[in-house]
Design a protein around this ligand. Structure first.
Ligand SMILES: *Cc1c(COP(=O)(O)O)cnc(C)c1O
Length: 493
């Protein structure tokens, strides 16, 4: 029988993986989990001689087992068949004594592609069984919006509308979005800041009259949040695949345990590493690396999660997060499925902005998770050190993990893999500044300066933006967004 999913906060309502993928969030506000996690194990010996796509089929088929094997294969082919600029999809490269898992070879040069190329495939097949058409709504400060657009473009039965704050993104981020191709995509600039944009999207989701009108036309609204199980599951794959690559490269022997050091924001990426561990991957430590918004470092050190603190805008913006939503799933699994405890902690968080986990639970978490953080100066120093010593250019998010990795002791010469979550060319202005590379003018001038100084090439999709056709130039007030969405839903085929 297929595995059932339920909320982290209660077990009364169960649903299939497909329903969980369509819903995103459980109706009580919790996140979908399955108690089958780890019951069906993956034998690490079985992943070694497989390609990335074969491993993806194996692992997704295990986690989302109500999808038929043919469905999973078709999803994997569409998501990873020819969309990544590396045949390995996520290659492991050696840098000094360490290994870097490059997750940024997807169409938008950020690791979110790994999940967002797959989620639309999973959603589309889940929706086919229900006859629903789905409009995805997203507010973005830059990166997620583009990865979502690229993933959902031209997927049957699905559409996507992305809103970003007018003037609130980098030039490259804006161009990435407004040049997006596809008949089912829409991009709008909103007068206001990111919070205004996000509030307006939330408002549309809670507009019952609008939802009813759309329902009559067979369209439902949904999101592509990183809490969706369909985004989490694809991320488990690259932990197994990194292990396979290290064995094939002769860097480790079969069965050797690995450390993974993960630049963390919403806790999705590193949680996928925990899923891999539960499914049988030999993992020693999962190292949670934060930037100056170090709410997770404090939590993993003291057991107190407290979002009542200053918020810093850093050079690693995708990690500027004070509520790491996916941590809720870890609390569920680490407390052996204590939904009452999770519900109470999340209620504390909503009411007071903080919660404290029992000491025994903290101890269990700390047996697996190590932690640390890097502020912007430390991140810049890490970029310089890595480039000067190894000639390898880190992006600012990866630099956080590189710094933290150095502060957490290794054991028994265990291999360590640092996850690299973005191409340095996505953040080339800050990277050039950190490396002391003179770069004036446009973002594209910075790209060329980084190419010349590092001897590496910018990802083609980024370099080509300079001359790409702009398809979307709508600028609107937050109040106009609902009308815009309704119009776009009318155009959905
Ligand atoms: C989203 C993102 C992260 C953080 O990943 P989480 O799964 O949210 O922890 C880190 N680096 C980059 C470049 C990202 O886009």
């Amino acid at each position: 029988m297929a595995s059932m999913y339920h909320s982290t906060r209660s077990t009364v309502k169960e649903c299939s993986a497909k329903r969980a993928v369509l819903d995103g969030l459980a109706s009580d506000g919790g996140l979908y989990v399955t108690d089958a996690l780890g019951k069906a194990r993956i034998d690490p010996d079985d992943v070694i001689d497989r390609t990335y796509c074969e491993n993806a089929a194996l692992i997704l088929g295990t986690l989302l087992d109500d999808y038929a094997p043919e469905e999973i294969e078709a999803c994997v082919k569409a998501a990873y068949g020819d969309t990544f600029a590396s045949d390995a999809v996520a290659p492991v490269v050696s840098v000094g004594d360490d290994h870097i898992l490059e997750l940024f070879h997807g169409p938008t040069s950020a690791f979110k592609d790994v999940a967002l190329q797959m989620l639309p495939q999973l959603m589309s097949r889940a929706a086919a069984a229900t006859d629903e058409r789905i409009m995805i709504l997203a507010a973005t400060s830059g990166d997620t919006g583009k990865a979502a657009l690229a993933g959902f473009a031209d997927t049957p039965g699905l559409g996507i509308s992305v809103f970003y704050p007018h003037g609130g993104t980098s030039e490259i981020q804006r161009l990435q979005m407004v040049t997006q191709k596809g008949d089912n995509v829409a991009v709008g600039a909103v007068r206001g800041n990111f919070d205004d944009t996000q509030s307006a999207v939330k408002h549309i989701f809670s507009d019952e009259a609008l939802r009813a009108r759309l329902q009559e036309r067979g369209v439902v609204l949904s999101s592509a949040n990183s809490i969706n199980i369909g985004r989490l599951a694809p991320q488990v794959v690259y932990y197994f695949d990194a292990y396979a690559q290290l064995v094939r490269q002769g860097s480790i022997s079969r069965g050797d345990k690995i450390d993974f050091c993960v630049p963390t924001g919403n806790f999705g990426d590193v949680l996928a590493g925990y899923f891999a561990l539960r499914m049988g991957l030999p993992v020693r430590k999962l190292i949670v690396a934060s930037n100056a918004n170090n709410v997770l470092t404090d939590f993993l050190t003291t057991g107190v999660y407290d979002r009542n603190r200053a918020f810093y805008k850093t050079i690693s913006p995708s990690m500027d997060i004070l509520i790491s939503s996916n941590l809720e799933r870890l609390l569920y699994y680490m407390s052996d499925g204590d939904t009452a405890l999770v519900a109470r902690l999340m209620d504390d968080l909503a009411r007071t902005g903080r919660y404290t986990v029992p000491a025994e639970l903290l101890e269990r978490i700390r047996a697996i998770f190590a932690c640390g953080f890097a502020d912007d100066d430390e991140s810049r120093a890490a970029m310089r050190e890595c480039f000067d010593s190894h000639g390898y250019v880190l992006d600012p998010h990866t630099a956080v993990a590189w710094h933290v990795s150095r502060s957490v002791p290794k054991e028994d010469a265990a291999a360590r893999v640092v996850l690299s979550t973005a191409s340095p060319y996505k953040f080339c202005r800050d990277v050039c500044a950190a490396l002391g590379i003179e770069a004036n003018g446009s973002d594209f001038d910075c790209m060329r300066a980084l190419e010349a100084a590092s001897g590496t090439a910018a990802p083609a999709a980024l370099a080509q933006l300079e001359s790409a056709d702009v398809r979307f130039d709508d600028v609107m007030d937050a109040n106009d967004m609902a009308n815009y969405v309704e119009r776009k839903c009318g155009e959905l085929l």
